[in-house]
Design a protein around this ligand. Structure first.
Ligand code: MG
Length: 461
């Protein structure tokens, strides 16, 4: 009898050991589940347009809260200061000049309804790369990387798309030969000329639906809302509410949308396994006057190579991984999101091409870390300026894109210390010839590293 009891105790002990071993395995599995990645990409939102970036009359409680719970960047850059190349840079981690998504002398700045080119099939987007680890990917919003057959989101690794193919102003009468604005679901046009006042609400619903459907598996959600690019539209709930007028209404609705997404992540219990990055594709469209945004203390806006064109608001949020309420002045860029996403998913960067981004994870977890110190500022296919550390040299400048104002070359280049002088007001080249020399070398070395490719923006232009 005694022997029998001992045997049972032994079996119980063995069972307990194996069960605890199994549960340890299960725990590890949870820890090792690659995180979900969400990129919310506003369109033409300026550096100064959010409450947490100092706007006096636009209310952005959700984004302010996101910043209070996460990491806010003060020196965060886009890969180009206009829509198409900026989006290409974000999704491929490469300067648009390498992928053919930068404009040429004979093209425009972006793709237009009559354009026949698009992001080449050889480019690997975040969505495509993450497929290797069984991520489900969706784009909700504006694509603007080619709308002809073969160039749409489902050709580039996305499993789902709801949104518009290019900017919301690319419609008649402004664009005479363009069709009414098409609204796509996957590869089908489901509506023509959708009510733009309802777009942000519809995008939000689709985004929440996608997150909820995929809560038990890794996903990548790319949410490029097409606002506050003009023409501006807000739903009845937001119209005439902001002290900043219609532009403020639109930004406040976008803010609401971000809040709904973060709330959804929390209520589904997946916030701690989801990295969310909010940023903008380029600076404010100053040519739109009061319907365009503000770059705050930065000079210039969309399409220029001054800071107001290239530097944008950015907030990273990942409860439990990113410390709450931090701000960083470390330089980072949308192109870094590519390398970060692939690293988090444990996907190797393709070795057959140059990737221009760095993994942001060290900076996300320690706001003092530096992950890059160089920024290249292009206008279409031409390198206009280079930043290294605090110094920025302008080799060519042009005011916000206007066909009648030609670019101006600077020999020697104009030099600014943009940490002392973020508004680029005080040119200091004469005091620092050695820094000008260093930046000139960097400029030339970079150009030697670029292999010429056909500009997709030229096709059909
Ligand atoms: Mg834009």
């Amino acid at each position: 009898m005694k022997y029998h009891v001992k045997n049972i105790l032994f079996l119980v002990a063995v069972r307990t050991f194996f069960l605890s071993f199994l549960s340890l395995g299960a725990q590890n599995k949870t820890i090792n589940t690659p995180p979900n990645i969400i990129v919310i990409f506003a369109d033409d939102l300026g550096y100064g347009d959010l409450g947490c970036y100092g706007h006096p009359t636009i209310n952005t409680p959700s984004l302010d809260k996101m910043a209070a719970e996460g990491l806010r960047f003060t020196q965060f850059y886009v890969g180009a200061s206009v829509c198409t190349p900026s989006r290409a840079a974000l999704l491929t981690g490469r300067l648009p000049i390498r992928s053919g998504m930068a404009g040429s002398d004979s093209s425009g700045n972006v793709l237009y309804p009559r354009s026949t080119g698009g992001l080449p099939a050889s480019e690997i987007t975040i969505a495509e790369a993450l497929r290797e680890k069984d991520y489900q990917s969706a784009i909700i919003g504006k694509w603007h990387l080619g709308h002809k057959e073969g160039f749409l989101p489902l050709n580039h690794g996305f499993d789902y798309w709801f949104g518009i193919p290019y900017s919301n102003d690319m419609i008649p009468p402004r664009y005479k030969t363009a069709p009414l604005l098409p609204l796509y679901e996957n590869e089908k046009v489901i509506e023509s000329d959708p009510d733009q006042r309802l777009l942000t609400k519809r995008y939000t619903e689709k985004a929440i639906h996608f997150i909820t459907e995929n809560k038990d598996r890794p996903f990548f959600l790319y949410y490029p809302n097409n606002f506050p690019h003009t023409p501006l539209y807000a739903s009845d709930d937001f119209q005439n509410k902001s002290r900043r007028g219609l532009y403020g209404d639109v930004v406040e609705e976008l803010d609401w949308s971000v809040g709904e997404i973060l709330k959804t992540l929390k209520s589904l219990g997946i916030a701690e396994n989801t990295l969310v990055i909010f940023t903008s594709d380029n600076g404010p469209w100053l040519l739109r006057d009061v319907e365009g945004g503000s770059a705050g203390l930065l000079y210039e806006g969309k399409s220029s190579s001054y800071e107001g064109g290239y530097r944008v608001p950015a907030i990273a949020w990942w409860p439990g991984t990113i410390k709450a309420g931090e701000t960083t002045a470390s330089v980072a860029a949308t192109m870094d999101i590519y390398a970060t996403a692939l690293k988090l998913a444990d996907v190797e960067l393709s070795k057959d091409r140059k990737i221009d981004g760095s993994d942001l994870y060290p900076l996300l977890t320690d706001s003092k870390k530096e992950v890059r110190d160089i920024v290249y500022y292009y206008t279409r296919h031409q390198l206009y300026a280079v930043r290294k550390g605090a110094w920025k040299a302008h080799f060519t400048t042009r005011p916000s894109y206007k066909k009648e104002v030609p670019p101006k070359e600077h020999v020697p280049p104009l030099l600014f210390n943009i940490e002392n002088d973020p508004s680029e007001q005080y040119e200091v080249g004469q005091y620092h010839p050695e820094i000008i020399e260093e930046l000139k070398k960097l400029f030339e070395a970079h150009l030697n590293d670029i292999e010429p490719v056909i500009s997709q923006l030229d096709l059909g232009y």
